[in-house]
Ligand binder design. Structure first.
Ligand code: WT7
Length: 652
């Protein structure tokens, strides 16, 4: 029954609601629900008109565009015929607006060293590095692979590529040599950028060694530029490797931004697909830049005196859109931190917020759950009163974690923007506008103006309000991916085939009677118990609301009678694993959401398997729960020892 229709049952009811305070709303650029609604409705009535006006107002155009959208499903071109440049929008346009001497980047390294770059400083570095790239033979359209620590040179490298029409492919500096080589080969990267090493929890990771191994297998890479960061010994290969500082010493600061067609590829970013083959998500210049800028301004209600800190690494889309392109093209002051949140102590984030008077913090649920586990005393040591807004991204945030974030970090004073989006969407799609939309813990609330989400069943029909179904987007938007690098067939197949005429997100969601959206997890993760389709997040949220539980992951395990039964994995915040606790947790879930969702087995574990960006890998847990000896693809796993631990924890 529900299996064929694509419905997902909901068992979670969250009643709490938090309107923005009067003082927050009165300062905000969008101040009320009715103001949001007007904006939303006007945009929805004429999406192309809305985006055309936004583009004219918010990007610099060397040449105006002729056509707003050319849509040959599933291929979109936005702002056709126009010429702009993302590096220009982030730098030159800011200087022209009088922000040359304003701080762009406040930076702190893990060891505690600091740097401050104004927009003029950043412009100068970017121009020089763009000239370095040109001197190495980089032409428009060439791919530059970036494997670097979170130092200011990482955004400098990205913006230098953007300046001359080269395409960057940033690879998170925690990936293996194999993963780097796969990505380099898929993208046909011509130049590699790296550093000698990077600091992580007081140790030095030898990045250049990893790159040497990767480049031995990356046949298209001709040159490698190496930033000196950690001072560890490296081998420089003659004719291939160049020191960053030596190349920069001779570079001119004069490098005007190239006027680029709107649809010039800006970057490729690899995400893990369900198969092993890396999937290069392709984004282009004008539409992406506009989308990153406007979503940044609206969702974070950005104001001139804000200090914005997005804790994501530039190796992820969050770092692209909300460390670099969004904030900088809005002339913001950002904080960038190089290292781990628990070095030298578990209070490093709070120390940074206090020191730099951060006003907006944007981080991930995986980090929030770690902070909860590490204990409130780390937070209590610091003055966090500079904060006025909090954000969350990457996974659903369990209501209990939301409440902790709201009260403990935000002092009950800061709205939380729970932002739903994907690497593919380029920027935030659904989120509260913090001065306008009351929040409900666990809901990403409403779509942004210009975005039209739908929740549909297998036939593409809208499901009734309150029912779960597949989340789709029914009209192109400027920030959308333009394709998968070198694989149009896969792009079509993955996003545009199952539900004709709509972009398939791969997530399940439901919409409540207030028009609030609740993300229910990935379609592939749905658990089917006796014909009821349960979402992972609801079961996990019930578990996390128990005082002993820090994190939880729910998966289905095959069962002859019921189809699947629920198997859950939990890490504890306090207390020891015991049969009593096991029973207590089962009863707790039963009480919170009903007998249907009572787990069949509960596995206590010291850690859950996660991707390098912190998402729980339920797929591996599913294999473990069903007793498979071999689990599926583990190349994106952050910590390989977790799998072995899971198995041994399980036996005890
Ligand atoms: C998937 C996209 C968005 C940038 C970082 C991750 C999940 C993301 C939320 C949220 C519930 C969320 C979805 C989505 N997700 N944000 N606020 N609530 N789920 O980008 O690696 O491309 O992952 O992350 O499942 O599809 P990504």
């Amino acid at each position: 029954m529900s299996e064929q229709t694509g419905h997902v049952d909901t068992v979670m009811v969250e009643q709490r609601i938090f309107p923005p305070s009067q003082s927050f709303a009165s300062r905000a650029s969008i101040k009320s629900l009715s103001e949001y609604q007007q904006l939303y409705d006007a945009a929805a009535a004429d999406l192309e008109g809305y985006w055309a006006a936004e583009a004219r107002q918010h990007l610099h155009w060397f040449e105006p565009f002729q056509k707003t959208l050319q849509w040959d499903e599933p291929f979109a071109q936005w702002f056709v015929g126009g010429k702009t440049n993302a590096s220009y929008n982030c730098l030159d346009a800011q200087i022209a607006a009088g922000r040359g001497d304003q701080v762009a980047i406040l930076w702190e390294g893990e060891p505690g060293d600091t740097r401050t770059l104004t927009y003029r400083d950043l412009h100068c570095e970017v121009c020089k590095f763009a000239n370095v790239l040109k001197s190495l033979g980089v032409q428009p359209g060439d791919v530059v692979s970036i494997y670097m620590p979170m130092t200011p040179e990482l955004p400098v490298a990205m913006l230098a590529c953007a300046r001359i029409g080269a395409v960057h492919s940033v690879i998170f500096a925690g990936f293996s040599a194999e993963a780097v080589a796969d990505r380099n080969n898929d993208a046909k990267a011509k130049i590699q950028l790296t550093s000698d090493g990077l600091y992580r929890r007081g140790k030095v990771l030898p990045l250049k060694d990893t790159i040497d191994e990767a480049l031995a297998k990356s046949s298209t890479v001709e040159k490698c530029v190496v930033l000196k960061r950690a001072g560890n010994a490296v081998q420089m290969k003659n004719g291939r490797d160049i020191w960053w500082h030596e190349a920069m010493a001779q570079a001119s600061t004069d490098c005007p931004a190239t006027p680029l067609d709107s649809e010039t590829p800006l970057f490729i970013l690899y995400t893990s697909g369900s198969t092993g083959k890396p999937k290069g998500i392709r984004h282009t210049t004008a539409g992406y830049n506009l989308y990153a800028k406007r979503t940044f301004q609206m969702v974070f209600d950005h104001q001139d005196d804000d200090i914005f800190w997005c804790t994501a690494d530039c190796g992820w889309i969050t770092g692209h859109s909300y460390v670099v392109y969004g904030p900088l093209s809005a002339g913001a002051k950002i904080l960038m931190y190089e290292g781990a949140p628990n070095w030298p102590e578990e209070d490093r984030f709070w120390a940074l917020i206090e020191k730099y008077r951060v006003t907006i913090l944007y981080t991930a649920p995986t980090a929030i759950r770690a902070f909860i586990k590490w204990g409130d005393h780390h937070v209590d040591k610091h003055d966090l009163t500079s904060l006025r807004l909090l954000g969350s991204v990457g996974e659903g945030i369990n209501p209990e974690a939301w409440m902790w974030y709201y009260n403990k970090i935000g002092g009950g004073r800061c709205p939380i923007v729970d932002t739903w989006w994907q690497t593919e969407t380029g920027g935030i799609m659904m989120s509260p506008l913090p001065g306008a939309i009351a929040t409900k813990p666990g809901s990403c609330t409403k779509p942004l103006p210009g975005v039209r989400p739908r929740i549909v069943d297998e036939k593409g029909q809208d499901v009734p309000l309150g029912r779960g179904g597949m989340l789709c987007i029914d009209h192109p938007w400027p920030g959308m991916l333009r394709g998968i690098w070198g694989d149009d067939a896969r792009y079509k197949e993955q996003y545009w085939t199952k539900i004709p005429g709509m972009y398939l997100t791969g997530d399940n969601a439901r919409c409540d009677t207030d028009g609030y959206f609740w993300i229910m997890g990935r379609i592939d993760d749905v658990i089917n118990v006796s014909g009821h389709r349960l979402s992972t997040i609801e079961v996990e949220s019930a578990l996390v609301s128990h005082p002993s539980v820090a994190e939880a992951a729910a998966v289905g395990k095959p069962d002859e009678i019921r189809g699947q039964v629920l198997s859950v994995f939990v890490t504890l915040r306090s207390g020891q694993p015991s049969d009593e606790l096991r029973t207590a947790l089962k009863m707790h879930v039963r009480k919170e959401i009903g007998a249907l969702a009572q787990p069949d087995d509960i596995h206590f574990t010291s850690a859950l398997p996660k991707t390098r960006s912190g998402k729980i890998m339920r797929r591996l847990l599913r294999d473990i729960a069903s007793g498979k000896e071999q689990v599926g693809d583990t190349t994106t796993l952050e910590d390989y020892t977790v799998l072995a631990k899971l198995r041994s924890d399980d036996e005890s």
